[in-house]
Design a protein around this ligand. Structure first.
Ligand code: UN1
Length: 517
């Protein structure tokens, strides 16, 4: 199925402008084309594959200036009581509630997400704001039993400094909000380098945060936005005044960022690619598994870092399950993400489509069998856009392209005979973000969650790999980078820990019974 019509670029431009105006960022895209500025980004929409507006872009010296301003703001912000810092985040959450539709419009226009997922992305932002407001009263340190009489041993958590946030197109604003809401509550200030592909929604969020800062009397420079290309990102990453670089994106990008930050002994928090798998055991509830798999593999047009890319199915149910999945795939409505009936919107670019086609070609050359999908849709209506049918490919072994993350709706199916074999296949890829098992056998589920089970940062039972709640820590192992963002105690990465020993006796006693003098 395909929705045969798409909105026009003019309609999308008007809708983007209206949303920007409602959030108070209308001046970012004045009427009439802006020319003559050397540094511009071209905001574009994957819905039609065409340009929307030129947007002024930052230079390397703008990056240095933004970091300096954020550093100055930090000197005030770090001493602001944490619950007062929480008021800024609460206000941001209120504004996001008020403008949920506007921000979601921009997410759909720039990232191509279907309506319910775009609204869900903004919901995730609202949720993390609520979380961070609570956190602002819970930045707990431990008191530790001292080995010495008359001594108190404790740890205190202090703000870290300027946090550089580098985010990707696919969650253009939720990932920013996980980092920013938590960092602000922790007393840090933020400089944000979003994806070049999503400048408008970034401008909208920067404006909402600026409004929140005005409303609660926080320094304006607690947050600075840097729209720009890789050189601007590199300037941020290399700046020694940036205490933590939190980067989300490809493993290639993360490897570079991690090494550059390590070279200056800075801290980095990396959330990189996944090659997420689900094991489907013979006892699985197949109705539930089919729903979970289709959402995880084809939802967001396969462009989540948590997207399901490998299915490891028990041989006895492989035929039945793939039959049901291919039937479900044939009915997936692909098309206009604003159409309420659509489930699969566009890929971000025709380059992403080329990469999917290339992966399909490679996997077929490696012996894979295409079961469904892979065809391009709406090419005549929108030659610059990239609508594609989600695809399923049966593969004999986990080699070559199956071990790579292709950021598209491409699901590989492998079969297994024993759970041990399934777990071994599951873990035998370089990435380690998200994983799941569909089973009604508790023993199998527990083995999968145990130390000898899934090696990922996220391991689920009877639910797909994507769509995590913000309350948990989010991130993964191996080439996924090891960082944890969002909930649980991920906040600790955004603070520095001081261990305090206080002697309230009148004796000096040395640890480890050392005597001196
Ligand atoms: C990402 O794709 O970078 O768990 C983040 C999920 C979402 C976040 C994905 N909550 O799928």
């Amino acid at each position: 199925m395909t929705s045969s019509t798409l909105p026009t670029t003019d309609e999308l431009r008007a809708r983007a402008r209206a949303a920007l105006e409602r959030v108070g960022a209308g001046s970012a895209v004045p009427d009439g084309a802006r020319t003559g500025t050397a540094h511009v980004l071209h905001a574009r929409t994957p819905v039609t594959g065409e340009d929307l507006f030129p947007v002024p872009a930052a230079t390397e010296s703008d990056a240095a200036e933004a970091v300096a301003a954020a550093r100055t703001a930090f000197l005030t912000w770090r001493s602001t009581p944490p619950p007062r810092r929480g008021e800024l985040v609460r206000r941001l959450g209120e504004l996001l509630r008020e403008h949920q539709e506007d921000v979601a419009d921009l997410v759909t226009i720039e990232a191509g997400k279907i309506r319910t997922e775009a609204l869900g992305e903004v919901q995730e932002m609202i949720d993390i704001c609520d979380f961070a407001v609570g956190l602002s009263r819970q930045l707990y340190g431990r008191t530790i039993a001292s080995e010495r009489p008359g001594h108190r041993l404790a740890e205190t958590w202090h703000p870290l400094g300027v946090v550089g946030v580098v985010s990707a197109f696919n969650f253009p604003v939720a990932v920013w909000s996980w980092n920013t809401a938590v960092a602000l509550a922790c007393g840090d200030t933020v400089v944000w380098k979003p994806s070049e592909l999503t400048p408008l929604v970034s401008l909208a969020c920067d404006r909402l945060l600026a409004r929140a800062a005005e409303d609660v009397g926080a320094p304006r420079d607690v947050h600075r936005l840097l729209l720009g290309d890789r050189t601007v990102g590199a300037a941020l990453v290399d700046d020694p005044r940036v205490a933590l670089v939190s980067a989300t994106g490809s493993t290639r990008m993360g490897r570079e960022v991690g090494q550059r930050v390590a070279a200056r002994l800075g801290r980095s928090l990396l959330e990189l690619g996944g090659n997420n798998a689900a094991v489907v055991a013979p006892s699985a509830d197949l109705d539930l598994a089919v729903q979970g798999i289709v959402f995880a593999a084809a939802g967001t047009a396969g462009q989540r870092c948590t997207t399901l890319r490998r299915l490891i199915v028990h041989r006895d149910i492989a035929e039945t399950l793939t039959g049901r999945l291919t039937a479900a795939y044939r009915k997936l409505p692909v098309g206009d993400p604003f159409d309420a009936a659509t489930l699969v919107g566009p890929l971000i670019s025709t380059a992403a489509l080329d990469r999917m086609r290339d992966a399909l070609e490679r996997v077929r050359a490696e012996g894979g069998e295409l079961l469904v999908g892979g065809g391009r849709r709406l090419a005549e209506a929108a030659p610059g856009a990239a609508y594609v049918e989600p695809a399923i490919v049966r593969v004999g072994e986990q080699a070559g392209v199956v071990r790579e993350e292709t950021f598209a709706p491409l699901l590989y199916v492998l079969t297994y005979d024993s759970l041990e074999e399934a777990v071994a296949l599951h873990n035998d890829v370089p990435q380690g973000l998200s994983s799941s098992i569909f089973t009604r056998d508790q023993r199998e589920a527990e083995v999968f969650l145990s130390a000898e089970g899934s090696d990922c940062g996220i391991a689920n039972v009877n639910i797909g790999t994507s769509g995590a709640e913000i309350g948990g820590a989010f991130g993964g192992e191996k080439e996924t980078g090891g960082g944890r963002e969002s909930g649980s105690d991920a906040w600790r990465a955004y603070m520095r820990r001081a261990t305090n020993t206080v002697n309230y006796s009148s004796e000096l006693s040395l640890a480890q019974n050392v005597s001196f003098l």
